[in-house]
Design a protein around this ligand. Structure first.
Ligand SMILES: [Zn+2]
Length: 697
């Protein structure tokens, strides 16, 4: 094979160009462990030399090591090879088999097509192919198809085996902290009691507070942390204690493994093309909805919670989430509105929102989704205090037979919670003491000669002792609510109170959140519909039974200030022959008040007469006499103008500027002027005689 024309298909024009040897292994594991295959691939360079290419013309492309051949994306070496073939720089492409070059038919056929256009040979272990010849092209095409099919078979066989194992619940995957595989491969509870306890505390706290963030707050207030058992690597199996965060609570609550259920297929991966300057295919993990989980085996292993509790938790988390779902209840908040998250609009069926008036004291239920999203009118807006009171009364009535039981359970729950907090603290201190003891023993075990090691161990022991000391102090310093609860006298008092749920309900120590939790236990939703004078309140209980209440509406503020019709009737009778001033006096004596509750004055009577068009047969002040004078000696502007030899508008100007003593009955009414001899002497203008004379001449 050393001659330049060793193979009939290899011609001088091929040998003048370069020979590219393409080397690839599909996974990093293969690259690391299967070195024989790599050696065989590199050996192709020698083969090319034997076929007649000079060594300077042979190039090995091996940057795609560890990349799958399923797609050309991400394989820079293959892209380079394609570019070189396109440019006609390549005489032959050498590869161990078609699967090394491409597992995708589209990549493979494109390569063959371009090779046939640029007269490039394809050489593998079996022989030399010239894509310009039909038979060779056909053979290469079949090889590519087989290679892709092979990948498909391998994958489907592997997936089939995996699914079969999953169906039987035997496919092993990483379990969440709190569950471990025992030596025979069964899933069991973590043998560490503190780990178990911490997880139980997460579930129990969620049961009580109802929100994931509430659980985080509880853990933060008590300085508790949660464990993470490391998986894989050098520190496999070690425990790490970290503060609880929101994501972790959600991960715990959403994981069905804690309910003893084996689930395979909670997530799926889908390839998506991410657009951009360089479009690339990326695998994205998607969550599969609970109802679509392919393999679910209940009671598969020991559990922390029951399956029904798991489902309840899921529903609660969905209800709490309002950012994406306008129709969800939302988490219970501390505000006074009792029906928060429960109210539906009786007109359009949408969930109503809450705002507060009067410094947060009075809740207002409002259907404003369309207003907020589309700028339309607010559907209806209702004052909530009477509605809340009516629903609370209905609730207390419904609770009557069960009240004692519920109250007892509530107290037990609180006591239980306190006990669990104590136990958690005990275990934290116990673990710290144990670790200090371990450090002490390690220190004692070291040879006295080995001072360096001894010093390190001694320091470690000291650190552990300090930690024990800190935890003990913290444990003592924390608020002692458990002690408060076990006090028998206190408990007796609470029990006495529990006999009477209404008292408990109205107690100042009962928070809004607790009231709402109680309401939410029994009531599914409340539908409000505003009528002319009444609000129709339809309560749908959790049992789907319905109670409809009618609650009187609050008066509108204009209605609340409206004058009593009796006052108007009285004014009508009196107005015929009584002055406004006298009417006001009479009504005041008779105990009548204005719409705003003030005593009636002459002005108010006058305004009422004006508004309700009640004529008066008896004006307050006598009008001017025939020569324009009033009883108080004032005269009209016309009379004053004549006396002073000026126009009426000049008189008005003088009154306004204060030159004349003039008053007006209303802001734009007639002027009444007091004229004294001195004023007349000072302001009187001479008669306009000269003007008359001149005009005559
Ligand atoms: Zn509405």
């Amino acid at each position: 094979m050393s001659s330049r024309t060793s193979h009939p298909k290899i011609r001088p024009e091929h040998l003048d160009r370069r020979a590219l040897v393409y080397v690839r292994q599909s996974t990093p594991l293969q690259v690391r462990d299967h070195t024989a295959s790599a050696a065989r691939q590199y050996d192709l360079a020698r083969c090319a030399h034997q076929l007649g290419w000079p060594e300077s013309h042979i190039q090995v492309i091996d940057q795609d090591q560890g990349h799958s051949g399923a797609s050309s994306l991400g394989r820079d070496g293959f892209q380079y090879l394609m570019a070189e073939v396109c440019l006609g720089h390549v005489g032959a492409v050498l590869s161990l088999e078609a699967s090394r070059l491409a597992r995708s038919c589209s990549d493979w056929h494109r390569l063959i097509e371009i090779c046939s256009l640029t007269n490039t040979l394809v050489i593998d272990e079996d022989g030399v192919y010239d894509p310009t010849q039909y038979n060779d092209r056909l053979l290469l095409g079949i090889k590519g198809t087989m290679s892709e099919a092979e990948l498909h078979w391998i994958r489907s066989r592997m997936l089939g085996a995996k699914r079969e194992k999953a169906q039987a619940g035997q496919l092993r995957y990483r379990q969440p902290t709190g569950l471990v595989h025992d030596p025979v491969g069964q899933i069991v509870l973590d043998p560490d009691e503190q780990v178990q306890h911490a997880l139980r505390l997460v579930f129990d706290t969620f049961e009580q507070v109802g929100t994931a963030l509430g659980v985080v707050q509880f853990f933060a207030e008590n300085h508790f942390s949660v464990p993470t058992r490391l998986y894989g690597g050098a520190r496999h199996g070690q425990l790490l204690w970290r503060p609880l965060d929101h994501g972790r609570v959600l991960a715990v609550l959403h994981n069905p493994a804690y309910a003893g259920t084996y689930v395979y297929g909670r997530t799926k991966t889908r390839k998506v093309v991410s657009p951009g300057e360089e479009p690339s295919v990326k695998a994205r993990t998607l969550r599969v909805a609970l109802d679509d989980w392919p393999f679910v085996l209940h009671d598969h292993h020991p559990a922390y919670i029951t399956w029904s509790q798991f489902q309840r938790n899921q529903q609660r988390l969905i209800d709490n989430c309002t950012s994406q779902h306008q129709d969800h209840r939302g988490a219970i908040r501390a505000g006074a509105a009792l029906l928060q998250g429960l109210v539906l609009c009786g007109r359009c069926g949408r969930r109503m929102t809450i705002r507060y008036m009067d410094d947060g004291k009075i809740p207002v239920y409002e259907c404003n989704q369309l207003h907020k999203r589309l700028g339309e009118k607010v559907c209806q807006s209702l004052r909530g205090d009477r509605i809340d009171a009516a629903v609370a009364a209905a609730f207390l009535e419904a609770m009557h037979p069960a009240e004692l039981e519920v109250s007892m359970a509530a107290i037990d729950q609180i006591a239980d919670q306190a006990r669990r907090v104590d136990r958690q603290w005990e275990m934290i201190v116990e673990r710290a003491r144990y670790e200090a003891e371990l450090a002490r023993r390690r220190f004692l075990a070291v040879e006295p000669e080995n001072r360096l090691v001894g010093r390190t161990l001694e320091r470690e022991w000291e650190v552990k002792l300090a930690e024990v000391d800190r935890l003990e102090r913290e444990s003592i310093a924390r608020p002692e609510r458990s002690i408060r609860l076990v006090d028998p006298a206190e408990r007796g008092r609470i029990l006495a109170l529990a006999q009477d749920l209404p008292a408990l309900w109205h107690a100042t120590t009962t928070t809004n959140v607790q009231r709402k939790q109680l309401i939410g236990c029994l009531i599914k939703d409340v539908c409000l519909n505003r009528g002319e004078t009444m609000v129709e309140v339809s309560i749908r209980w959790q049992t789907e039974a319905c109670t409809v209440l009618s609650v009187p509406r609050h008066q509108r503020s204009c209605d609340a200030r409206r004058t009593d019709p009796a006052v108007l009737a009285r004014i009508r009778t009196l107005a015929a022959d009584t002055t406004d001033r006298r009417i006001a006096e009479i009504l005041d004596q008779e105990g009548f008040r204005s719409g705003t509750g003030r005593p009636l004055t002459t002005n108010i009577v006058k305004q009422l007469r004006y508004m309700y068009s009640i004529p008066s047969g008896c004006p307050d002040r006598p009008a001017a006499d025939a020569d324009g004078h009033r009883a108080d000696g004032r005269c009209t502007a016309r009379v004053a103008a004549e006396m002073l030899n000026v126009t009426v508008s000049t008189i008005a100007d003088w009154c306004q500027s204060g030159l004349l003593d003039g008053i007006q009955s209303t802001s734009h009414g007639l002027w009444w002027i007091r004229l004294t001899p001195e004023v007349i002497a000072r302001l009187r203008k001479p008669k306009r005689r000269s003007w008359t004379r001149r005009s005559v001449s």
